[in-house]
Ligand binder design. Structure first.
Ligand SMILES: Cc1ncc(COP(=O)(O)O)c(C=O)c1O
Length: 425
């Protein structure tokens, strides 16, 4: 293979260019692509290139732990922007930037790190209108956007309850041989709106071929690409030659673009079925109702937030309004994810237990789930800010494990939640 530069072989560049043009259609002409060794490595290179120690960077209020672990030792200060069911909100971004006080807070941030699709940990997916609104704010405040988008092709769409689903499955299978229809069904990525070259998009093969591939590419303006390439020369030098040879042979030579896109479409189908399975099972094991009022306050208006109760909880008529009400306190709140591989839940079981001094509710729940055989990611890992006492969140991955294992895990969740309400733990 001929070498294009430290940023990957000519074949990788050709593939990345063709793919980016076909799928993401950047909004300006002279964008460049550059290979990297996975989005985590690429994020490090972006932050090291764009920021100085002491700078603040904008991130979602719940974010990928690796970006926090990368940024903090570099002396960078993550500043959280509030989220709803579509991820970062434009309103809170505007608030953070317009109220920024350089005397108190230091230099205003000029870099944002965001995961707009299949957001890790919340599973949120951002639509075109929101991206445009956020891009416009970034233009006004001169913010560079790092779009970390490894879950882009896992856009499962809104959860459809089991009873209503057959029609949907039928309509999905109709476009299996229609790559253009599949591409059109995907939410646009930031480069589409990027007429100023202020977006650095990060693509990775980790979630669509293999996490061990350690390979992906940047799409950005040529000035940034040159700087990122120079930094790469002192770190990884180039994505592994073996990975490049194997992946490009597979996706570009053996499959070709059409079959690769078909592969991505099938992946989306598999993840949709896993997402449906996990949400269906929660409906089977718990009483699940739409959330309203205070118990769902940390979740969005824009997507249906649900509350899970113990299954046999009594549903009775309210005396005043004749509205059917559930008097039981909720166990946890969640939003059926619309993309990615994670279910994010907020626990409400703190009131049933007394914590030891220094113990957090997150630890308490985490340990009790582990004792019964369920390992979830504790919410504190993803939190930019300190949690309020009594608050606890957790992330359940549905990427791995068979349907039987997912079912077993959810049964553990049900058992442990039940133990909390009966005061056993
Ligand atoms: C938001 C996000 N970015 C990046 C990664 C890792 O990407 P890569 O394997 O390409 O470094 C993950 C998950 O592992 C992730 O959730």
């Amino acid at each position: 293979m001929a070498n294009a530069s430290g940023g990957g072989t000519i074949q990788l560049h050709e593939f990345a260019r063709e793919f980016t043009l076909k799928i993401y259609t950047p909004g300006y002409g002279d964008w460049a692509v550059l290979g990297h060794s996975g989005n985590v490595e690429a994020t490090f290179r972006c932050l090291a290139t764009l920021c100085n120690p002491g700078d603040s960077i904008l991130v979602e209020e719940w974010t990928f732990p690796s970006v926090l672990a990368t940024a903090k030792p570099m002396g960078l200060k993550p500043v959280s922007v509030k989220m709803d069911g579509q991820g970062m909100t434009a309103a809170d971004l505007e608030r953070v930037l317009s109220t920024w006080n350089e005397n108190l807070q230091g230099k205003r941030p000029h870099v944002m790190y965001t995961v707009p699709i299949g957001q890790n940990p919340t599973g949120a997916q951002m639509g075109a209108k929101r991206k445009l609104a956020i891009y416009d704010i970034c233009v006004r405040y001169d913010i560079i956007i790092i779009e970390d988008d490894p879950y882009y092709f896992l856009q499962e769409g809104a959860y459809v309850p089991k009873a209503l689903r057959p029609a949907k499955i039928q309509s999905q299978s109709e476009d299996v041989d229609d790559p253009e229809g599949f591409i059109k069904s995907l939410a646009p990525s930031y480069p589409k709106f990027d007429y100023q070259g202020r977006v650095i998009r990060l693509d990775s093969f980790s979630k669509i071929i293999a996490p061990g591939s350690r390979m992906g590419w940047f799409t950005c303006n040529p000035v940034f690409a040159e700087r990122l390439d120079r930094l790469g020369e002192t770190t990884t030098q180039a994505p592994s030659g073996f990975s490049q040879a194997i992946i490009i042979q597979l996706v570009a030579k053996q499959w070709g673009m059409k079959k690769f896109i078909r592969w991505l479409q099938d992946l989306r189908g598999e993840y949709t079925s896993r997402r449906d399975f996990i949400i269906d099972t929660i409906h089977e094991l718990f009483d699940v109702l739409p959330s309203s009022g205070t118990s769902g306050e940390s979740f969005p208006e824009s997507l249906p937030s649900m509350i899970a109760y113990i299954k046999e909880s009594t549903i009775s008529e309210s005396k005043d309004s004749k509205v059917v009400m559930n008097r039981k306190t909720p166990l946890f709140t969640f939003i059926p994810p619309t993309s990615g591989m994670f279910l994010w839940i907020k626990f409400h079981v703190g009131q049933y237990t007394i914590l030891k001094p220094g113990e957090t509710l997150t630890e308490h729940i985490f340990i009790n789930l582990v004792k019964e055989g369920l390992l979830i990611a504790p919410g504190t890992l993803f939190s930019v800010n300190e949690l309020e006492s009594g608050e606890a969140f957790g992330r359940i991955a549905f990427s791995n494990g068979s349907r039987e294992q997912l079912l077993e895990g959810l049964k553990v969740l049900e058992r442990v939640m039940r133990k909390y309400t009966s005061g056993i733990i």
